[in-house]
Design a protein around this ligand. Sequence first.
Ligand code: FAD
Length: 512
Amino acid sequence: MEGKDSRSPLDLTQGVRLEEFPDGEPVLCDGGGESVVVVRRGDELFATGASCSHYGGPLAKGVVVGDTIRCPWHHACFDLRTGLAVGAPAIDPIPAYQLEQMGGLVRLGQPKDSPKSDAPRTSPSSVVIVGAGAAGTACAWMLRQEGYQGPILLIGDEAPGPVDRPNLSKDYLAGEAPEEWLPLRTPESLAQNGIELMLGDEVRACDVPTKRVELASGKQISYGALVLATGASPRRLSIVGAEKALTLRTLADTRAIIAKAEGARQAVVIGASFIGLEVAASLRKRGLEVRVVGPEEVPLARILGPELGRFVQNLHEAQGVRFHLGRSPGRITEEAVVLDDGTTLAAQLVVMGVGVRPRTGLAEAMALEVDDGVVVDENLQTSAANVYAAGDIARLPYGGESIRIEHWVVAERHGQAIARNILGKGRPFREPPFFWSRHYDLSIACVGNLRGWDRVDLHGALDDRRAFAAYRKDGRVRAVAAIGMGKLALRAEELLARGEQEELETLLATAR
Ligand code: FAD
């Protein structure tokens, strides 16, 4: 099903016959110096830029859903008519072009003008967003994209403002990405978009009846709508010497790890889940000896299943990472981590990646409903009117269950959905969770709810980097993990969103 897109781009400057564009399939074209994707949908033709504005993924290898095109790398979603980014992780638009048809041939026309969105149906006096991370920033940006003209205040207690957090444990920590790549939005670009970024102050309290927030500096600010997007903070094991370990959430945390890594020869990473493994890989790239300690027998097995978990473990071992599994740290000293079986692992750097705790303190103080997360409905609205919650703190209904998800793209999509809801343009949020994880040259895309499955079936060839796993509960597919099968992951995501089990089973059966 994948891999048919290796033909050379069609030349739109010479003209391309209409029949060359199969309905609903993106086709890579040469627009005379720039790569363009053309999509035919029935009688309509669309042309957009060919690279995703997030990380430059190849949109011609993506999937068309309705009037949108989705990137195979990290599932960003663009409006085919306008090029606007309508689904995270993309925030910036891609170009959209006119197409001209004459004598049965299609040629590239002029770039389209910047699109104007429909006027908001509702418009609060102001929107105050607490937390300038993934969800908060995406929300602020989408409010403007959707035509909101009122004041937007984005309050964050984390310097230097919104950053591409996933990069902090990957390329940046490995020393392979410069710091200039990290800002999610610069303060300047936010200001140009009329978004006031207030940094270095913390929201201490919110009063729902009077619609006011109070900052640590003593400032009081009123809101029309309030968005809580306060994220999560790293957990620490309560063992002797735990304070000697570094944790990773912010750019400052990564800088601290890099600074310590520079003078270190041996590192111990406590925690063998995604962040721990990514940190291990990055520190290996910096030349440190790295050991990973975790209580599980196989890393990631609880989430991805034992086969995929072991494959990931092997990749890390092939790069020189050594695992101490089925073990817990007993204590941390100045120069070592002592395990529960007495093994002493010398370490000048210890990083603890043992999960996070949602930052729900503010919501609790506001007497909102909180249950391991701020409880929201399908519109991401909390138990208080005009107060929304997004990202790592939000607990929302999904497929008859209640879930709280700690993924980058999910947080951004929450923020975007809230923006539309605030402006009266929303619809219930039913998107399946999506995340990606990278280990050296292996990238895994996961869609759906990976908790609570009772059966996993792995198909394909992991060694060829072309495989997928289907996760079922009571016989129903609830999640899919894909390696080298970007289209499969995108299609599975869409079918999960629509609850189309039969079509999903057919898709998976065809892909085997
Ligand atoms: P955050 O992005 O954490 O933003 C919350 C912000 O609110 C923070 O800046 C915080 O300081 C601020 N804040 C909190 N309380 C207050 C207050 N009272 N006043 C003012 N400001 C406040 N997910 C993936 O899907 N894929 C990945 O590859 C991946 N990699 C990751 C790598 C690292 C190193 C980390 C730490 C996380 C990674 N994640 C990844 C998880 C992802 O980053 C989070 O799920 C996401 O950032 C959650 O977004 P959020 O907006 O809820 O919270």
